[in-house]
Design a protein around this ligand. Sequence first.
Ligand code: 3H9
Length: 702
Amino acid sequence: MSAVEYAVENEVAVLTVAYPPVNALSLAVRTGLAEGLARALADSGVKAVVVIGGGSTFIAGADISEFGTPNSAAEPRLQTLQAQFEASPKPIVAAIHGTALGGGLELALTAHARVAVASAKVGLPEVKLGLLPGAGGTIRLPRLTGVEVALEAVTTGRHLGAVEAERLGVIDAIVDDLRAGSVAYALKLATDGAPAPVRDRNDKVSGVDPKVFDDFRAKNRKKWRGQIAPARIVDVIEAATNRSFDEAKAYENQAFGELMASDQRKALIHYFFAEREARKIPDVPAEVKPLPVRKVVVIGSGLMGGGIAMSFANAGIAVKLLDVNAEALERGMAAVRKTYETSLSRGSISQAQMDERLGRIQPIGGYDDLGDVDMAIEAVFEDMALKQEIFALLDKATPPHAILGTNTSSLDIDQIASATSRPDKVIGAHFFSPANVMKLLEAVRGSQTSAETIATVMALGKQIGKAPVLAGNCDGFIGNRMLQYYTVNAEYMLERGATPEQIDRVAEAFGMAMGPLAMRDLAGMAQAVNVRAVRKKTLPVDERMPELVERMVEAGRIGQRSGSGFYRYEGRDRLPDPEAIAIITAEAQRQGIEQRTFTDEEILARLFHPLVNEGAKELEEGIAIRASDIDVAWVNGYGFPIHTGGPMFWGEQIGLDKVLETARVLGAENGQTRWGPSKLLERLVAEGKGWKDAPALIAQGL
Ligand code: 3H9
């Protein structure tokens, strides 16, 4: 069957792209469209053409899985098809529902008009794949929207809703009945005459002040740190204003080719598929259907509980926010309202959206009214006895089908589940703060968690816009278990003579939003001392906990809020502080550690290689299913730069042998038990293999 169906309706040829799941522009689709257009042009009974998507969407872009294969370069290439669209004597209308993204929108921009339903979205998200629009998007979009809108839209890759897109000139009409409305629109163009192709509309791209581009570059330099694509996008959009269409197009082709060959593109496409793969759980077969979740209760109205409640409310799911402490509940609801008000004042939501979302959150003071919930998520502080008490109450108060989730970041899921009569329905649902913003949802399976429970939480995570990753039940799960190595190692390096500025500069240049020591100052150190006191008791005998945080707290330097920590602060500005260095040096002397200098390269290795080593141990132990799941967790929960593909992909790109070498050095320095090399890593390096070979090696036994 062809990937494009042909039908004639009211003298209009309707080309329906039928290539699930997202009608991507594979060779089959491009061929089908070219054949359909030729047939329509040859058909004397046809006056106009409509291109529409079959199934749930228009065309979501080039077929990413085709990149690098011969099919991607085979004719008809997208640009050939676009030239045929623009040359068509019969008007062509793109009829858009679902999404028109990347090459899909670029194709639509070569139609004579774009008609959409109100729920449709359009966008050029190539930047998220480390690319730029390669089929004229950078040159045609500004011709419709003007340069400033195009710069923002293409460098962020944001999806524009149809209503906004109509206001910006990208969509020509919004209709209720897409097929009928588009056919009527196409006939009207055939009668009244079609507008000039977008490529010939020059008014919005002529006479643009070059300062617009320089200002935009300057404004975003920090945000784009480490990424190649956004700056190239600005270059090509600028070219659209000072070169002819064809010259600008040639420049876009060249820049697209460069990005296509870049490591960042490889990393970002790895990440794209990793996020989708993470939702597939090998021992949860596709036949196991997720339960519908219509109403949720969140227990605990603190920062975390409120954020989790907002995540549901924002996705249209009704939520009860439960706190037995009336004052805390009031404070929690006030904090939720304040967050929405901030979004409203920034223009990111409308008053109506705010009212609707707030209206979905019902504060409740007890467990009497939970007969209608499909899921509970407990988000109280980390105390096993308290959690068990709450789970026993939930077990009685919620319907038998309800899933009981815990937001614990460290406690044993099985122990929590043992307080209920339904351990198969108990699961970790670990959100990251602020939960309404952060995308990671670490689902944690206990020994009895059922396939249906897992399927439900993974599907629910996607539904509320999170990136769900399934972890096994261990201390710290996937993410926090690795985090310790990053933060503790920064302190070991300080003891040995690196400075806070140097360590943070290296981390930030790599792409972390904030280095580990600035982060420590921001989070505040007083609390950390308590957590560390507990952790210290469980350390293996061959390991010593660095005590710099303790020394800082003793000196009254508890972080940014107190004006000093590893740095001193003037307002928000962090400044190097000789006093902090003196405390570090004194502590090093007390510990008998000789200080030395570090190169940036060594700091980078010591900060990030241990993450990869620990990730490998998680694979060995079955805590993480795939290396790529760890990437998804670290990108979304810890701000690991997405353009590296995540720690595990990055580790493989730079060479697992280098990671192993660092693990050997750190094992000798800091204690073999936890810092020494992963067996899996040793095997992979010895056999010249990579993560894809890990499952087989693990199955054989390491
Ligand atoms: C481009 O267009 C370059 C041009 O400028 C130049 C060309 C010369 N290709 O996300 P979902 C698969 S670059 C192949 O779970 P949703 C996806 O892997 C492209 N496959 O669904 C998954 O497969 P599976 C610019 C694709 O409803 C399934 O579809 N376009 C593609 O949550 C469902 O995906 C983009 O960057 C693709 N393009 O979201 C758009 N897209 O079921 C990328 C999806 O086996 N796509 N798949 O795991 C998206 O943003 C989302 O997928 C979309 C649907 C919003 C469309």
